[in-house]
Design a protein around this ligand. Sequence first.
Ligand code: SER
Length: 685
Amino acid sequence: MKYNEIRKTFLNFFESKGHKIVPSASLIPNDPTLLFTVAGMVPWKGILQGTEPPFAPRVADVQKCIRAGGKHNDLDEVGFDGRHHTFFEMLGNWSFGDYFKESAIEYSWELLTKVLGLNPNKLRVTTYETDEESTEIWRKVSGKEAIRKDDKENWWSAGDTGPCGPCTEIFYDFGAGIENEDDRWVEIWNDVFMEYDRDANGNLLPLPKKNVDTGAGLERWAAVLQGKIDNYDTDLFVALMKAVEDLTGVKKTSENTSSFKVIADHLRAVGFAIADGVIPSNTDRGYVIRRILRRAMRHSQILGYKGPLLSKLYPTLITEMGEAYPELVHEEKHVVEIIQNEENSFTDLLQNGMKLLETEIQKINNNVLPGDVAFKLFDTYGFPLDLTQTILREKNIDVDVAGFEKSMNEQKERSRADTKGTRTLWESQKQLTGTDDSTKYKPDSEMHSKVLSILRNGEFVESADANDEVEIVLDKTNFYGTQGGQVGDSGELQKDGKTIMTVSEASRVDNIVIHKGTLTDTLNVGDSVLTLINTSLRQQTARAHTAAHLLQAALRQVLNEDVEQRGSKVSPDSVRFDFSFGRAMTTEEKQATEDLINKWISEDLPVSHEEMSLEKAKAKGAMALFGEKYGDTVKVITAGDVSCELCGGTHIYHTGEIMHAKINKEKSISSGIRRITMSVGTLAE
Ligand code: SER
């Protein structure tokens, strides 16, 4: 069975078992604890935890995943065996509080042995050491005696906290001739029984519902179904590696195979990640993608090839995978441009780094390159550590790897410290299931709310005093917490008719709204307060948000239809809008965009706010952010007949309320991405 057919067979099977089929979510997770979507369960974390309602009891999908640079990291293995990938596709079926162990095991067995026709004698199963129930089900369903495994093998979680549970795994026997047991018996499916939630202190709390999360690597299934031991010998990888041969003019041999594997693998990780909006950079996920890309370039250098590589191979990725993932096609221009820029800039860095390395080699007298020099090569010149090591090995020089790691960790700490804030503290408050903020679209409503939690100086307290800077969670609120690029409301909380707290900004952590500000008197958990948002700032933010929609519509008319939002920040009377476009806008284009927006403002177009099903919104032609996962019911904001977008932000009701729009600046923020800053309302006037 061909690689591309396996997806369809899997999804058809689960559709026939009553599962709703959904597309893959983005590789960029909506989860600050993860760099990438590392498993099919990542987009469903809220549903598994019970903080988001399930949109269907049974779901199946094929999820794009990257396991590099985090807890789940396969980067270093790629190229050295036939089973590891940085990017891979995970086939998954889900029960959100519906079926549990019995049906999950039955479905897996039926699909593998009946539909795909695998020989049951070639399969072996494992269960968690204390999971009698699954072990008994396996006996009944397959006649097999499961091998018992411990926490290390058969307990699954995406991160250190969050939903987790025991799992049962299915292994395929690649043949008695293979000496190494790990190569012979390969895991082809993992059924996780998500029953628990691990909190920040390591405690296991039962989840509100018992769920099933299964994951199977499409690449491994392809190997099994095509009778190949090595995933890279399956049709998809053969085609990608053939393209490498054609481009470089170098034939694949047993000596250079690992370079071919690395390049084919890294092409997928880099191509898919950039198509989903990752920009190579020096931090976080951008850093991982840059490393992967450079590692591929290093292997192209080993093959003796000098020109641009992945940017030239990207069209082959589209040929092979573009049908299943239209975003690859949609983003082609953008992705190729970004990869080209990276390739061009690393070519120079490689040369300059070599110069530094040669100077440093002269200074060495103990045959060890200091770790901080290796780190400088890595950090400033973009040399992956293994590149430096390979170059030095020829001269019998080692690298002080511990020193390198020390410098690296110091840098990581610095970047982590910048982003952490109080988020993780709030995430540990599992009793807070969510703030009811359903009145956030009605700024005039007065809400009587109850104080649920007070955070002061990194500690949760029962009571805080005047002048304390605190963060507060209420049972319900009409404050809009920062989300989707729109800054949160400011305002005040009142107790017994008097101001008790000035709120400088409301923010969000998952489903809870956090009111940040300073107390003017004592406040206790359990107190009743009145929430009052600053309605004039709210109005300024709302008109800026609607103006941002008009800006996108105008750019698409003036520049072209391909212009797409890449990020935004909407604050009172000001808009920052990032979009995909390959060059600077001309003065005329900027003027035409501004004129068009002001024309729509003067026409005072009605702005409608409607709730509807996602399907209906799509049928209506509403624009969505690419790669964003939306719920089943969405809000659609329509301005006259010029703009129609899915949006959870706050908006005005007539374009005339914007008063005026003025584009202040247009500049590049990274290759292929431009940024416009615009003022509206009284600020623009
Ligand atoms: N979450 C599990 C895994 O990634 C099963 O989907 O293996």
